[in-house]
Design a protein around this ligand. Structure first.
Ligand code: TNX
Length: 532
């Protein structure tokens, strides 16, 4: 008796609400606005699509998606009234942030409109998620989704310096990023333990720098090695292929080439790049190394110029990342030549030398119409125990204008300080966004709770936060499986942190939406980590 009453009560409550709960759409990342109407649109296995020539690439990807996700076959028609799916560019549509779209599921058709191809592409990703299969047909809840990204920078970083993964794996990551509307692939291509990008002018970088004899295993400082050689790099042709693949998926590829630290593999290839001039081997050990580039040597500066020229020819991105993190100054301090350079140029500390060098690179990039990005070590602030307090305090050099600072370490007041000085930042704070940290340190719920905007920012300052990054550091992820376990499902959480407004974030709803992805990853052979 009681339960009948409850049932009737719930029925009345649900149907007197104008909107079905947003959670019914089950989309990750959650869109900005969803307005349901009652009724379903039903699609069959063979359907028609109409679109203008300008969006042919997005239409073709949609065709592939619908075929592989559902076995639905799309046929192009000219007459819009015959179409089940319509894609339309409309310059009158003005989303709050670029990349937005409107997706309407009407009585007879689905329409996606945007003022940009990226918006259409994002709408296509939403469409994939709202088609529900049942009783031999495909159903969509009628309604209107109006959507746009909260942040413009939603990145995933892959460190291939430590372990080379290869192009098939990168493409799979790009596919998963696209479905989650993540739009920046930060490609960490050089590090102490490996140089992974072919540079024609310096062939030894890959002939020597892409090999190492063995690899430290288990954890940092274990001093236990696997005894197996490791090798791998991308040819320029392969890089072009991957960049094109990403570009088609509206993902910007930002290459990261580390300087002046994390440079042992390059120094092993060309010892004159280093500060001691001594021959070294590509390290098998992880953790912060001592070998660093000699940035006071004009030949080394020429090397950077050449490498950057080749990188620019490969990567259309407006941003080039130069790393800049974790530099131990021991070798600079011990070098008479570096010291005399500093004295001549009025640089009081090695920290000042690093900022001044970074600025030279930034100016060089600027002259080539590119913006420089670096980890927040480039501000000269003290972030590490091995830095001296005195060094950081005396930095009087100002970081070049237009630099994008990727914040990963230090007190959040450093973000405030950096923004106040006028720089834009990407928030990649390690305690929340490091994918090499285990699920005890960063469970899914903690990843989900990340807010790229730290407390204490004015509205004007908030605009300087471009967005967020999550980072897959590769020291202890030798295989695809070990990587996937760390990346998924947290990638979905970061996608929502970047796209969805703080007001719309809801972990309970996110968890409800997750099974679509878990099923998908399972089918793709992606072994994912814990969801609790
Ligand atoms: C610090 S984050 C690093 C990386 C390591 C990572 C391991 C950053 C800019 N540098 O070189 O892989 O920690 O968690």
């Amino acid at each position: 008796m009681k339960s009948t009453f409850l049932g009737v009560f719930l029925f009345v409550v649900l149907f007197s609400c104008k909107q079905i709960p947003v959670s019914d759409y089950l989309i990750i990342p959650e869109p900005q606005m969803i307005n349901y109407s009652s009724g379903l649109l039903k699609l069959q296995k063979n359907i028609n699509i109409a679109f203008p020539a300008e969006v042919i690439k997005e239409a073709e990807l949609l065709k592939n998606y619908l075929l592989s996700d559902f076995g639905i076959k799309l046929q192009k028609v000219e007459n819009q009234s015959e179409a089940d799916i319509l894609l339309n560019l409309d310059s009158g549509f003005q989303p709050v942030n670029s990349g937005g779209y409107k997706l309407e599921v009407g009585k007879n058709a689905v329409t996606i409109i945007s003022d940009s191809n990226t918006g259409i592409f994002n709408g296509v990703q939403t469409l994939r998620q709202i088609i529900k299969e049942g009783e031999g047909e495909f159903r969509l809840q009628q309604g209107l989704i109006t959507d746009f990204p909260t942040f413009k920078w939603r990145s995933f970083m892959l460190d291939e310096g430590r372990h080379f993964k290869g192009k098939q794996i990168v493409k799979q990551l790009l596919d998963e990023m696209a479905l989650l509307k993540m739009n920046v692939f930060q490609w960490h291509l050089t590090d102490d333990q490996g140089w992974r990008i072919e540079i024609k002018k310096y062939p030894k970088l890959t002939e020597i720098g892409s090999f190492r004899d063995s690899t430290e295993i288990n954890h940092f400082h274990s001093n236990v090695y696997d005894g197996k050689p490791h090798h791998g790099f991308y040819t320029q042709d392969e890089i072009r292929e991957i960049v094109e693949y990403a570009t088609d998926r509206h993902i910007q590829v930002v290459p990261e080439i580390e300087m002046p630290g994390h440079s042992s593999a390059a120094i092993a290839s060309y010892p004159w790049l280093g500060t001691t001039g001594k021959e070294i081997k590509v390290p098998c050990k992880f953790g912060v190394q001592y070998d660093i580039f000699n940035v006071t040597n004009p030949q080394v500066l020429e090397f950077f110029n050449d490498v950057i020229e080749e990188a620019i020819a490969l990567f259309p991105s407006s941003v080039i990342h130069i790393g800049g993190d974790e530099v131990r100054y021991n070798q600079w301090n011990a070098s008479a030549q570096v010291k005399s350079f500093m004295a001549k140029n009025g640089l009081k500390t090695p920290a000042e030398l690093q900022v001044s060098f970074t600025n030279n690179i930034s100016n060089m990039l600027h002259s080539k119409n590119k913006r420089m990005m670096g980890w927040n070590d480039i501000t000269g602030d003290k972030l590490h125990d091995y830095q001296s307090d005195a060094d950081a305090k005396t930095v009087s050099q100002k970081l070049a204008e237009g630099t994008i600072v990727q914040f990963w370490k230090g007190d959040s007041t450093l973000i405030l300080k950096t923004i106040k000085q006028g720089y834009e930042i990407v928030n990649s704070y390690h305690e929340y966004t490091y994918l090499d940290y285990d699920y005890k340190s960063i469970p899914l719920s903690k990843a989900y709770s990340f807010n790229p905007i730290p407390k204490g920012l004015s509205k004007e300052m908030e605009a300087k936060v471009l967005g967020l990054g999550c980072q897959m550091w590769g020291e202890f992820i030798p295989t695809t499986e070990s990587m996937n376990l760390m990346v998924y499902p947290r990638l979905a959480a970061y996608a929502e942190c970047g796209w969805t407004s703080a007001a719309n974030k809801n972990f309970g709803r996110f968890e409800q939406a997750l099974p679509y992805f878990l099923n998908r990853w399972h089918t793709e052979g992606i072994v994912y980590g814990p969801i609790k």
